[in-house]
Design a protein around this ligand. Sequence first.
Ligand code: TYD
Ligand code: MG
Length: 463
Amino acid sequence: MAKAKKAASRWVCRACEAIVGGWYGRCPTCEAWGSIEEETAAGPPERVVLGSNPSAAPRVIASTTAQTEVDQAPRRPCGLAEVDRVLGGGLVPGSVVLLGGPPGIGKSTLLLQASAGLARRSGVVLYASGEESVAQVAGRAGRLGAAHPNLLLLADTRVEAIIAAANERAGGLAALFVDSVQTIYAADAEGLPGNITQIRTVIAQLISFAKQHSVPVVVVGHVTKDGQLAGPRLLEHLVDAVLSFEGDDDHATRLLRATKNRFGSTQELGVFEMRGNGLREIANPSEAFLAERQQGAVGSCITASMEGSRPLLLEVQALLASSFGNPRRTCVGVDPSRVAMLLAVLDRHGGQCVLDQDVFINVVGGVRLSEPASDLAVLLAIASSHQRKALPAGLVALAEVGLTGELRQVPRAEARVVEAGRLGFSKVLIAPGPKGASKLPRPQGLEIVYASTISEALNRVFF
Ligand code: TYD
Ligand code: MG
């Protein structure tokens, strides 16, 4: 009897979405451990109306109405400039944003501060928490100075109750915030909160609410140990934007990036600092990251990395030490295989025997350098440590290093040079651009030094 009632189900891997025959401890497709979950089939989905036009007829892009619908989608800025920039100008009504991050990083704090800003500017915000009681959230809101008459708190784990509360105010609701998708459950789906079926159903209901009433919805999602959003990968496809909030336990710096954004760029970076009274925006991150730098330190080099539209000056540190046995490479903030390549190039084309050394690299401030533009800075930091000589004071290095030891110019060099000048650096070491390329700006007091190979660069800085 019980069997006949049970809805059709299948076994799905949470990591790779493969459908398997039954429960396995390890996914036969992607070999992830403990990722197989039972998923029960839900009924046919409701039709979701995307945008304000309920007609299903196709329309020509050039038709003005279709265009203006998108262009004029009003943004609702939440007042935290760092968040608004990452979102592409603010929350778009009817969009669903997933905010992911490891436990304790400050997701709830960010959400609460954003909801207070939104409540001040745009109207009623409903903050639904499935993790904390109203008293807890209210207490924190009081401490953060985020309490506002337009900010309504609800502690409930039933998605139906949250949507009902939102529906009551749907006309005047500026946004619905839900903390977190893993703790909310839908009565008509099977299993415990946080399992695949539950997460899918909850998110589907929230999306349907957002699109129906043109209310932006922001949902917090937990991430697993390896940094993936917990729950089905499908979650990321369903929502309009995925923001990830990162940082490490040893630093107060927190970074907000968009890994997916249907309404803006995914290149922008928001920088915050976690303080006793909440998250503080860092409008000038280069200054903050360089604040504790020691002038004239051996094994340190500054580079300018583009994070979205913004150049960020960062310090790369390197330490070389005699190795016993197999040399170790320990890299924080840079790709170890890139470092291995730079070591080989330095050895072959820079005439420095570094391959038998233990190498430690660190990018200060917990930021990751992902651009080849920072190659030269990593290489010079290594050379500086190897030679036990500091690089010239006030130097910024900007170039991609090739396998033949050549240096290449970096994209958006102007913006980086201007940022170096603004922060009082005196020398930028850069590769000459192709002939006829526009001249780089030369802020006052800043000298631009060109080098086209790494041996030229080493000669310029060490002799
Ligand atoms: P929280 O927002 O609860 O993290 P998450 O929702 O991502 O799990 O914040 C977690 C940590 O932030 C907590 O350990 C304490 C710290 N914190 C501060 O340092 N200052 C503050 O003002 C607040 C509210 C939290
Ligand atoms: Mg939380």
